[in-house]
Design a binder for this molecule. Structure first.
Ligand code: GLN
Length: 191
């Protein structure tokens, strides 16, 4: 059974744990301290508030240990705020956080008029059935490096992409009852 951690500093933690539990073939656990990173096959950085999670990563001494684990092959999936935390660059000159994925991300990219919305997409690489997507004050990827595979665009904007064992999505699969992205991460992104 793969051991998948969910970074539990702030944000939608229990929702990710629930999705992972419902997959049935995964051992989910929460990650708060450096020791919790040991023995993981994958780590999910949930949605929430990226500035708060970024600050807590520093305070808990987790920033460099997570970078080191990624270097050693840990698979990481960032949802929404998690995408922001993975980015090498944030638009508007905001300070980046983990800086591990070759993407430039715009926070709150949909502006005030469209703070939250849902849509459904077909993405055969991830699921044979239509996948519901929930966006909440979502970011999107403005620029992606040559090594980044674009998995999905919505309205012309990149909302899901992958660079090796790093996966980033603008939306929140943990806030739906659809397991496709969790299964994709566990089965196809994690080693
Ligand atoms: N707008 C949030 C941020 O900038 C992200 C929102 C979310 O994770 N739902 O961190």
């Amino acid at each position: 059974m793969k051991k998948i951690g969910v970074l539990a500093l702030q944000g939608a933690v229990s929702e990710h744990i629930e999705r992972l539990e419902s997959l049935g073939n995964v051992n989910p656990c929460i990650v708060k301290y450096r020791e919790d990173l040991e023995g993981l096959d994958g780590l999910i950085i949930p949605g929430g508030e990226s500035t708060a999670i970024g600050l807590l990563l520093k305070n808990y001494g987790l920033t460099q240990p997570i970078r080191d684990k990624i270097q050693d092959g840990l698979a990481v999936w960032g949802t929404c705020a998690g995408m922001i935390l993975l980015a090498k660059e944030l638009s508007g000159g905001e300070p980046p956080h983990l800086q591990v994925m070759d993407i430039c991300v715009r926070r709150n990219a949909y502006g005030r008029q469209l703070e939250s919305f849902t849509t459904t997409v077909n993405l055969p690489e991830v699921s044979p059935s239509p996948i519901p997507l929930v966006f909440i004050r979502a970011p999107y990827v403005e620029r992606a490096g040559a090594d980044v595979e674009i998995l999905l665009k919505v309205d012309g904007n990149i909302v899901a992409c992958r660079q090796g064992r790093l996966l980033a999505t603008s939306f929140h699969p943990e806030l739906t009852t659809d397991n496709s992205f969790h299964a994709y991460f566990v089965n196809k992104v994690c080693p």
